[in-house]
Design a protein. Structure first.
Length: 352
């Protein structure tokens, strides 16, 4: 995969659209345990999900390819079930999971819905030495990446990954989503998403901590007939040549839809970010305060949910939301999941 930093343009303006769901899964209807038993992508397991896993060709240091690479676990987002993909523990190997039927579902979309959008909750997990990648990739029918998101496990760098035209060279490139790179926090849930306009070839990306849609100048859009229709959407984990440790990526609330306009993550999820709020004192003994940064607009907090490092909700507040009594919690690291009418934000605290 070629690495190229392309300049980003932030788009303003969001529109209402009659988007329609093409594929989705919140994993709550599935049974905790392995998705399936077939690692060749032939026989579907739970929820009609297909799985493919291998250790790579010899010589390889990866040894952990197994059905347990794809599991339904109890620690999804908001204390629901989620999907865990365990990546290779060595220098080669891949893990891919997908549902068949995307070309048929896309062909049956409502006329005018030419933008395909993908959203999923992603848990970054603990700090790791794994240099592998965790990703969400949209492929064309020839299995070339159209658009997606790729997360480098040890650096926590999230980038876009798309088929682009770089001065006449059409290839797969990575795209930084923020100046200096978009670094995610460890042990934190994020809502991440990307879109692709099958008519114009425009790729877009968005994360719930970003204030707007990210895209690139139209001179880089590849487009063309070979990218006009999607073939498959994969949740994936891949080795890196320097990798020596596995990484467990957790996903939840996956949805893919066809839309006439940009509806990624919705209007409400984009008006606040983690920088909107300040929490203090931190570390905290008994009471933690939440206040707005002085340069932000007025935001009313509707709910605060406190989760532990495993993503489990341990306490929830629906009143007195600017001053939270957490005296009953054990010492350790927690995350304040702050919900407002304008979106969500997450702040890390240390309970003494």
């Amino acid at each position: 995969m070629k690495k190229l930093l392309l300049s980003l343009t932030l788009l303003g303006g969001l529109f209402v659209s009659n988007a329609q769901t093409i594929q989705s899964d919140d994993f709550n209807g599935l049974t905790i345990g392995n998705i399936g038993t077939d690692l060749t992508g032939t026989t579907a397991g739970q929820g009609s999900w297909l799985t493919f896993s291998n250790n790579g060709t010899d010589p390889t240091t990866t040894t952990n390819s197994a059905s347990s690479n794809f599991q339904i676990i109890a620690a999804g987002n908001n204390a629901t079930k989620g999907l865990q993909i365990v990546g290779p523990n060595g220098n080669k190997g891949v893990r891919y999971m997908w549902k068949d039927g995307l070309p048929t579902a896309w062909a049956a979309r409502t006329a005018g819905n030419e933008i395909i959008e993908v959203e999923v909750d992603f848990f970054t997990g603990a700090t790791t030495t794994s240099t592998g990648f965790t990703g969400v990739y949209l492929y064309d029918p020839t299995f070339e990446i159209i658009n997606g998101l790729i997360y480098t496990n040890n650096t926590r760098l999230l980038r876009g990954v798309a088929k682009l035209n770089n001065a006449g060279t059409v290839d797969t490139y990575t795209v930084n989503l923020a100046t200096g790179g978009l670094i995610l926090q460890a042990n934190t849930w994020y809502r991440i998403g990307f879109g692709y306009n099958t008519t114009t070839g425009q790729p877009t990306w968005r994360v719930n901590t970003m204030t707007d849609t990210a895209t690139i100048a139209n001179t880089f859009w590849a487009g063309g007939a070979d990218l006009a229709d999607p073939g498959e959407l994969d949740l994936a984990s891949e080795a890196n040549t320097t990798n020596a440790a596995s990484f467990s990526g957790v996903f939840d609330n996956f949805v893919m839809r066809a839309s006439a306009t940009d509806t990624l993550l919705g209007v409400n999820d984009l008006s606040v970010s983690n920088d909107t709020f300040v929490v203090y004192p931190n570390p905290v003994d008994n009471v933690v305060n939440i206040s707005l940064m002085s340069n932000t607009f007025d935001v009313e907090i509707n709910k605060v949910r406190i989760s532990d490092v495993n993503g489990r909700t341990v306490k929830e507040f629906n009143s007195n939301l600017n001053q939270l009594n957490i005296a009953d919690l054990n010492s350790g690291v927690y995350f304040l999941n702050i919900e407002t009418a304008n979106g969500k934000a997450t702040k890390k605290i240390v309970k003494q």
